[in-house]
Design a protein around this ligand. Structure first.
Ligand code: F3S
Length: 415
């Protein structure tokens, strides 16, 4: 490849991988069998220039490759008020990646859609929440591949043989022991958001092992946990004893070693994490609700529909937008369901393929936004200059009806 036998793009991509292998002090490259690309964001013109340069040099992926969100709802961008100049660049970017043979999944929850990786599969994934889910919940193996390195790996089918690709680097480092948590909390989605915030802050880029989660935790709850942990820290892999596939026992999670550190997590720690997640307060005038960060699953649409039905026909307050981000895959399922009427009547705006921090469809005048997502709460104050309040899906619906922020009080302790 370095000699150009496989074309200019492969030569260029391989030269970057070799340089990165030096940086990582890797002595070998290894094969991957799947990739997920995050470089298809339009952070600047360089994203577009890089992709089109690869296409012009004959770039084509050599392994099945899915795509993260694109900076545009390809179907509804005009209605959403996205400027034409931006939309044209985003469409060119989309075309460049699909021209290279990538699969147009356009989602940041690729593990809930097409081509879910298997246990032990060596992959090169971008997008922090997808990486932590693939490693932790599915037991596939990837490092955190940043923009451009991901597409270089997809084109060459090779990555430096380091980090989480290797069994010995996947053992737990820090034990997080849950103590005195009310059993009811394990059923509450918000518990996982608070725990993710705490886990990210405590462990940063170490590998945490959680002891005390119940085996009934859902895929969407693990999605919320990992997304928050990967935002507040740089968690790429966690184990949960009795829940995730490399942690059937505590001993297995630590591969027989002792934890470097053991930290007990009790109700007051979670309460503090919960309080720290929001920058806005109850009673504030609400500008918008944004759900689907990471992209909403079909089951999350089911729960949103139930929450709207519980509002018993009360409409959204004037001026409050209710946005839900999702993938084409979940949307296709949604269209086969009978939820659509309820969602449409309530004025839910379903936004496809994209991300609120990469596509300009939330007005800068929006002062307070409610969400159920720890990841959204982490980024919104900086990226959208808005206050953010985290609440459950029913909290978000009730607040949208009232026009002000309302939250049910969470009981963190057993008593
Ligand atoms: Fe997805 Fe954007 Fe959230 S990529 S996870 S909607 S920050």
């Amino acid at each position: 490849m370095l000699q150009g036998e496989f074309g200019g793009a492969a030569k260029f991509a391989m030269s970057i991988l070799i340089r990165m292998a030096d940086v990582y002090e890797a002595t070998e490259l290894m094969d991957i069998t799947q990739a997920h690309i995050d470089s298809c964001a339009l952070l600047s013109d360089s994203n577009l220039e890089f992709a089109e340069m690869l296409v012009s040099r004959g770039g084509h992926v050599s392994v099945p490759t899915t795509l993260n969100m694109i900076p545009l709802d390809l179907q509804n961008w005009e209605r959403l008020g996205v400027p034409l100049g931006f939309a044209v660049k985003a469409q060119r970017l989309a075309k460049a990646y699909t021209d290279m043979g990538c699969i147009p999944t356009w989602t940041c929850a690729p593990y809930q859609g097409y081509l879910t990786p298997r246990f032990g599969q060596q992959i090169a994934w971008g997008e922090s929440n997808a990486i932590v889910y693939a490693n932790s919940v599915l037991g596939a193996r990837t490092n955190r591949y940043g923009d451009f390195l991901d597409i270089c790996a997809a084109i060459t089918g090779r990555v430096p043989k380091v980090g989480l690709h290797l069994e010995e680097n996947r053992r737990g480092q820090i034990l997080l022991r849950l103590v005195g948590i009310s059993p009811l909390l394990f059923k509450n989605d918000l518990f996982y958001v608070a725990l993710g915030q705490l886990m990210g802050n405590i462990t940063q880029n170490r590998i945490p092992v959680i002891e005390g989660l119940t085996e009934n935790v859902t895929g969407d709850q693990l999605k919320a946990l990992g997304a928050a942990a990967a935002s507040f820290g740089a968690v790429a892999l966690f184990h949960a004893v009795g829940v995730t596939p490399e942690a059937n026992t505590l001993e297995e999670a630590f591969q027989g070693y002792a934890p470097e550190k053991t930290i007990e997590i009790g109700p007051s720690d979670l309460q503090k994490a919960w309080n720290d997640l929001s920058t806005g307060v109850e009673g504030t005038k609400l500008g918008a609700v944004v759900l689907g960060c990471p992209h909403f699953s079909f089951d999350e649409f089911r729960r949103l529909t139930q929450a709207i039905e519980e509002a018993k026909g009360h409409p959204r307050a004037p001026g409050v937008r209710f946005v839900v981000l999702t993938s084409q895959t979940s949307y296709a399922l949604l269209q086969r369901s009978d939820f659509m009427n309820t969602l449409t009547e309530f004025g839910v705006e379903i936004v496809l393929d994209t991300c609120p921090f990469h596509s300009p469809f939330i007005s800068p005048q929006t002062k307070t936004i409610m969400t159920n997502s720890g990841k959204f709460a982490y980024y919104a104050p900086g990226e959208l200059s808005s206050h953010v309040v985290v609440g459950s899906i029913p909290d978000c619906v009730r607040s949208a009806v009232a026009g002000t922020v309302i939250r049910e009080e969470l009981r963190w302790s057993v008593s």
